[in-house]
Write a protein that binds this ligand. Structure first.
Ligand SMILES: [Cu+2]
Length: 138
């Protein structure tokens, strides 16, 4: 009798653990502090509501003392503060005409997302700036 109860409790725990990203959202850790050498701004989409499972253009401007910084390696890593998600990372390409690094991202589910922009400058120093977005379902 007691053993059966222990087995039942264990399988409930196992089911909770296996459900992974369907766990109820928890409050995540605050984003890492921004700032440093570069000013980094992100423009995600064209101002419309952000939706999951759609490709959304991302433009990131990197400036230093008001001047655009070209030749950096800029990536965007998408994470959810509330849960562990599969790696979702894109490399952005510099578009000289736009003075911005551009690419496209896809949020794989609705919820609160963090876009961590990493800027590796020509001298090898790395700076990270985090932005948070609420993403709705389809
Ligand atoms: Cu998730």
């Amino acid at each position: 009798m007691r053993l059966r109860r222990v087995v039942a409790a264990t399988s409930v725990l196992a089911a909770l653990w296996l459900s992974g990203c369907r766990r109820p959202p928890r409050l995540g850790a605050p984003p890492p502090p921004s700032g440093g050498r570069f000013d980094v701004a992100a423009q995600l989409g064209g101002g419309e509501e952000l939706r999951a499972l759609r490709e959304i253009p991302l433009a990131v401007t990197v400036t230093e003392g008001g001047k655009p910084v070209a030749g950096a390696e800029v990536t965007a890593k998408l994470t959810m503060p509330a849960m562990k998600m599969p790696e979702n990372k894109v490399r952005l390409q510099f578009a000289a005409g736009a003075g911005a690094y551009r690419g496209a991202v896809t949020f794989t589910m609705p919820g609160l997302w963090q876009v961590e922009v990493s800027v590796r400058s020509a001298d090898g120093s790395v700076e990270r700036h985090a932005f948070r977005y609420q993403v709705s379902g389809r």
